[in-house]
Write a protein that binds this ligand. Sequence first.
Ligand code: HEM
Length: 374
Amino acid sequence: MHCIANEGSVMATLQEARNGLRATTDWAYERLGLRSLTYHVPSYANGIPYVLGGITLFGIVILIATGIYLTQFYHPNPTDAHASVFYIVNEARFGDFVRSVHFWTANIVMITLLLHLIRVVVNGAYRAPREVTWAVGVGLLVVMMGFFFTGTVLKWDQEAFEALGHNEGIGTILGSLGVWFTSEFSRSTSLLARVYASHTSILPAILTLLVLGHLYLIRFHGIAPRPGDEEAELSQKLQAAEQGETVQGMSHFNVHVRKIVAYGLLLTALAAVLSIFRAASLGPAPVPGIEVTKPAWLFIWLYPFENWWGLESLLWIPGVLIGALLAVPLLDRFRVNSTRRQWVVLGIAVIALAVVIGLGTYAAVTTPAEHLVD
Ligand code: HEM
């Protein structure tokens, strides 16, 4: 009897809590205009392949938060930089952990970003009317690689020092066009300090503009139909759902956002676990005049080209690839669901994977060569 009474009061408390939560949510929805975010999206947009862009964005938020913490201790002066990272690792409160979460999140985000790109390619989602969304995406890829590169330089160990040497070397090859990438540009501020400025203000500013443009265009065009489905048919269904008709296979944007947050939290948990078991590395302070390291995994496929064709190849190979990526919407003339297109995409994917694995293996087995030291 006593037990039933207790159960009743627990249920009543739970109901009260639920009502309270609903009232608060309603209040927030009304005041913040969140109802406008409950528009319809196709339910396939909640599947993992379609939330990879959102997960990447969530990861970027974690990178900003952890990055701001690191700026409290980091010193971008070449004589103090390595010691300040050493301080972060060994003395700053939670420094080692926060730095490692920053490092692992950066790596995971580059993977989700590349997977997002692959999804867009497989989907043929770069086609009209989404060519500009694609082009802005290519810009985002370049900026994210810029973040990865400048982040590697900031830790100011041997790998960082040599990476910056390559930056300076390429700037020199470009002559007056590349002077900004060299120490020549400013006598008052070191190149390392300017790399720090790029990592913490220039690239974030460009990233913000590009992300805003990307999101605006995605909202404007809506998510692309799945291969085999017609664009017009999808927008008709979405319109009908907005007008209150019951349409199969529809969901809401707020559900989509909840999925992104859930996967984003999983990504953060993964970065935290990796940080506990394997902290971000820091090599000894740099020694000028030697070249003994290889690039980080994201750039390792370029290493063999540098061995074969010299420093210039680091300029024109990425340039050609970026140009080719930008041209993808112009080059693809197949129907989205044509079997020939599927074979071509599969063929390119297999060849690209084989080339990247081949180049990576070559880079891993060769002894570091000297590209900068005369
Ligand atoms: C910081 C990097 C990026 C972020 C945060 C981002 C974010 C997003 C988000 C949230 C979406 C909505 C659907 C989805 O998540 O799949 C999306 C769609 C899209 N993204 Fe990205 N993206 C990034 C980079 C790229 C890159 C590198 C490309 C290609 C070069 C690209 C091309 C596209 C295209 C074409 C769409 C429309 C796809 C569709 O309608 O199905 N994005 N992006």
